[in-house]
Design a binder for this molecule. Sequence first.
Ligand code: NDP
Length: 300
Amino acid sequence: GLVLIGGGSGFIGTQLQKTLRKKNYDVIVVSRKPGNHRISWGDLSKSGLPKGTTAVVNLAGQNVLDPMRRWSPGFKQNVWASRVNTTKSLSKAILEAEKKPKVFVSQSGVGFYPPSETTVYTEASSGGSGNFIAELAKDWESAAQLPPESGVRNVIIRSGVVLGRQGGMIKQLYPVFYLGGGGPIGSGRQYFPWIHVQDCVNLFTHAIENDKVSGVINGVAPHIITNAEFSKCFGRAMWRPAFVPLPEFAVNTIFGPDRAIMMLEGQKVVPEKALEFGFEFKFPTIDKACEEMAPLLHRE
Ligand code: NDP
């Protein structure tokens, strides 16, 4: 089959491409930059889905937590449009395709659920309001919704923080922890929903390949931890102390309150559906994940 991945050039997309190619899929990426096995967003709206597309995935999205970007109205608009408009373009192309793909798997985030230190969230829980990120997640997910009569299976993966050496949060934190400057963020008591990038990719692949999978799936590991527990574990795996807390006011100053919520508060999210359909996590615990992510120092 041929899988079309919007935003497939990024951290998760690169790993997903590798896994899919190993399984003999052809992959084409929708990107803002030209290249091999790539089409542009303009090509997509002009010419529609590439011939033979059997599955569509969307991973496009301006990096929200870029500390170099001030949280201005323009940047906020970018963050929104890069997710919602790209998803809409893919939905439109799918609906207009003469021969429709079998499945559309779209990314969302656990930011959909309102932060809480007590509520346990499953896929059935409500959310999508109360702060910018939750509202964004709601609009992002609605943009991915295809009418049932289209006959295309719809899957939405609400991911926790995706952990892997190649990108995302770990790549940003690596030098900090390496220099011994790692530690809890804010109180450290906030939940830290997470998933290893390989499990995230396997979940996407599983969603592509299994006709029974549809609707929202929480993309989180079964091991529920707090931010402080994550810092401790990652510090230990790096053989570094991780006692330097990042105070709340600093996070608020650097990122602004809309984004600070993502780091200072968290959600207790259970991967109920993934466990139900028997998904096998390669990295079910944070210790396993940290061990894989920090071998550069003492094993390689
Ligand atoms: P990346 O930051 O690696 O970006 C993914 C791709 O999005 C980029 O390669 C880029 O492709 C495209 N992109 C960036 N900005 C824009 C823009 N303004 N307009 C259109 N396309 C843009 O993301 P990840 O791989 O880490 O994550 C993929 C998706 O999953 C994102 O939407 C992210 O919000 C979401 N997510 C990620 C989590 C994580 O921890 N990493 C957690 C939960 C959700 P190109 O330059 O080729 O156009």
